[in-house]
Design a protein around this ligand. Structure first.
Ligand SMILES: Nc1ncnc2c1ncn2[C@@H]1O[C@H](COP(=O)(O)OP(=O)(O)OP(=O)(O)O)[C@@H](O)[C@H]1O
Ligand SMILES: [Mg+2]
Length: 196
């Protein structure tokens, strides 16, 4: 199983489906698996997300060994080390991610939460924990470039066992970009401008 992980909107579906096509594998997302197999116990309307039947999910994932699986949640895979061939983390410049997520019409707080998570590299950090347990992990920047080329690069790096990390947006971004982002995040998180 090849796991494609990343903050929402960083390009997991595009990259993951391209990787699946390239390798002649099937593609699934953890959300499809949860919905299709009825692996949720309740819906949390406030967070617009499902509360998962965790043990059920672990069992189900074991039946997806040859797949490319998309997730923004890596915790279950820590218990599936024997079937995970590698993890590809999609990264996206938070300034660009902000635009991608705003276009989706998500609630401002949810946009802010996810842009902040990408800025801080929350999922990349979780992936590094898997790297520490011997799983090959590469990070792919999807800010620009074609998903097809990104897929070729990712597969090639995994094949070579190359471990490529660690994009740190806090060091990469210019001071003005950071200033813009922090101001924007404060506004979004406070819900100001909700109806603009
Ligand atoms: N490599 C890329 N180059 C340019 N734009 C991209 C790239 N990857 C993704 N995008 C843009 O980002 C958007 C989100 O991509 P995608 O749906 O693949 O993200 P995701 O991580 O799967 O999101 P979600 O977590 O909601 O499932 C796409 O509609 C596309 O506009
Ligand atoms: Mg997706």
């Amino acid at each position: 199983m090849i796991v494609v992980a990343g903050t929402p909107g960083t390009g997991k579906s595009l990259l993951g489906s391209n990787i699946a096509r390239l390798l002649g594998r099937r593609f699934a997302t953890i959300s499809w698996i949860v919905l299709e197999k009825g692996l949720w116990v309740q819906y949390d309307a406030r967070r617009r997300s499902f509360v998962i039947d965790y043990e059920g999910l672990l069992g189900a994932l074991r039946r997806y060994t040859g797949y490319v699986v998309e997730t923004h949640w890596l915790e279950p895979f820590e218990e599936l080390l024997d079937v995970v061939e590698g993890v590809i983390v999609t990264r996206c410049n938070p300034v660009v991610l902000l635009r991608r997520l705003e276009r989706r019409g998500w609630p401002p707080q949810k946009v802010a939460e996810n842009v902040e998570a990408e800025l801080m590299g929350v999922i990349a950090e979780e992936a590094r924990r898997l790297a520490g347990k011997g799983i090959p992990v590469v990070e792919i920047d999807t800010t620009r470039g074609s998903p097809a080329q990104n897929a070729v690069d990712a597969v090639e790096m995994l094949r070579r066992g190359e471990v490529r990390c660690c994009i740190e947006w806090l060091s990469v971004l210019q001071e003005e970009e950071l200033g813009f982002l922090l101001e924007k995040l404060t506004t979004l998180a406070s819900g100001v401008g909700r109806n603009e």
